[in-house]
Design a protein around this ligand. Structure first.
Ligand code: SF4
Length: 403
């Protein structure tokens, strides 16, 4: 049985490097043209070249999204862009539009073509159609149940990729204009404002300004507020079905989010690979996923586990905040050089999350601000501090529990 690839979002260079350190087998990212996630700090061609260099050295693959639905006036830009991606040696191009597919076959003929979830592949006849058109991997629609995915597996040898973690959409993956109408931000260009999750009221036309709440309770009703997908409990099912790649959503999310979620799924996959017959997911691994910003989790449409809407509030939950990222470790002095992300004070107790290692606890007794060269009681975001601690590695993260 094959252990699925773990595919992580790379919203920018830092997030991509973080995902590699924390155990991703592959990254997906957008270039500055034609990629979803318009605001995620997309990669220039030079940056794609650089992340490819680092990733390939570590045996990690890099897929580039070209999965918007380009308009006529954008078509002329596609051939040179596709040629450049091909020349750079990307491991896959993720696309959704048949016009882009048509051009990719011509201008990037040797690059594997992945069909984006935006294309909403929900049956094996559609798989057959797209395979004949040149697609070698499918990012399956999030709306599929476990049995349907197993049927897809029986029907094709093409690679199957599916989202296992992150935000859901109330429409078939971004096929929605709510955000475009209300904010001008186009969900099909990766700019969704998640307008479906806003708090709505009813207004009678002759009473402007009088908002009649459609409350379930005093906090309001968030009628389209989907819970977040989490399939970490289903690793054995996913491997046994033969899903090739497990995808984590979130190119807009922080490096800390990417690190924590990749680390948890990496741990689960590695444990399962070691002993599939006796595998159970440790509670400590599942618990890690509560330490990042998320809405309540559910298993999406993969298995029926009850309602997917979270009515009380659209606010995010998280039990911990990141306060620093280790840049390097000075072995001689026994100090980590830490880029501070949120205010950190002497006396704070932090958890130190190692990329592929344990989580340990430390109470900060001393900090030296790097630019001042002197001891301080607190350090604010974006400054660098030297903090005595046991040996650690670059990209380790310091976090504090929320009070
Ligand atoms: S507004 Fe909601 S339903 Fe529409 S694309 Fe965005 S997340 Fe999906």
């Amino acid at each position: 049985m094959k252990i699925p690839e773990l595919l992580a979002p790379a919203g920018n260079m830092e997030k991509g490097l973080t995902a590699i350190e924390y155990g991703a087998d592959a990254l997906y990212l957008a270039g500055q043209q034609f990629g979803m996630r318009a605001q995620a700090g997309n990669f220039s061609l030079a940056e794609i070249r650089e992340i490819l260099r680092v990733a390939h050295k570590r045996g990690v693959k890099v897929y580039v999204t070209v999965n918007t639905f380009p308009r006529n006036h954008e078509i002329d830009e596609l051939p040179p862009y596709l040629e450049e991606l091909s020349a750079l040696g990307v491991d896959g191009i993720i696309l959704a539009d048949p016009g882009v597919l048509h051009l990719a076959r011509r201008y990037a003929p040797n690059v594997p073509l992945h069909l984006s979830t935006q294309a909403n592949t929900v049956n094996y006849q559609a798989v057959q159609f797209w395979v004949e058109a040149g697609i070698s991997r499918f990012v399956l629609a999030r709306e599929l149940a476990k049995e349907e995915i197993a049927q897809m597996r029986q029907a094709t040898t093409a690679e199957l990729e599916m989202f296992v973690h992150g935000a859901m959409c109330m429409a078939y993956s971004g096929r929605c204009l709510l955000s475009t109408f209300l904010t001008g931000r186009d969900a099909n260009r990766g700019a969704c404002a998640q307008s479906c999750r806003w708090k709505y009221a009813v207004v009678e036309e002759k009473r402007p300004g009088e908002y009649f709440p459609i409350d379930e309770d005093e906090r309001g009703t968030h009628i389209f507020n989907s819970k977040d997908l989490c399939l970490i409990d289903y690793i054995p099912d996913l491997a046994q079905i033969g899903v090739d790649s497990l995808k984590i959503e979130g190119r807009m999310k922080s490096s800390y989010y990417v690190a924590t979620v990749v680390r948890a799924y990496r741990a689960a996959l590695d444990l399962y690979a070691q002993s599939p017959d006796t595998y159970t997911l440790p509670e400590s691994v599942r618990e890690e996923l509560n330490k990042v910003s998320h809405r309540p989790y559910w298993a999406g449409f993969f298995v029926p586990t009850g309602a997917g809407i979270h009515y009380p509030t659209s606010a995010y939950h998280q039990t911990h905040d990141v306060v620093g990222v280790v840049q390097r470790y000075d072995t001689e002095r026994g100090e980590a050089v830490v880029l501070i992300k949120n205010r950190l004070q002497v006396g704070d107790t932090v958890e130190i999350m190692e990329p592929r290692g344990p989580v340990s606890t430390l109470t900060i007794t001393e900090m030296v601000r790097d630019d001042l060269g002197s001891a301080v009681d607190e350090v604010h975001a974006n400054f660098t501090a030297r903090i005595p601690m046991p040996a650690t590695k670059p990209y380790a993260m310091l976090r504090v529990e929320r009070t």
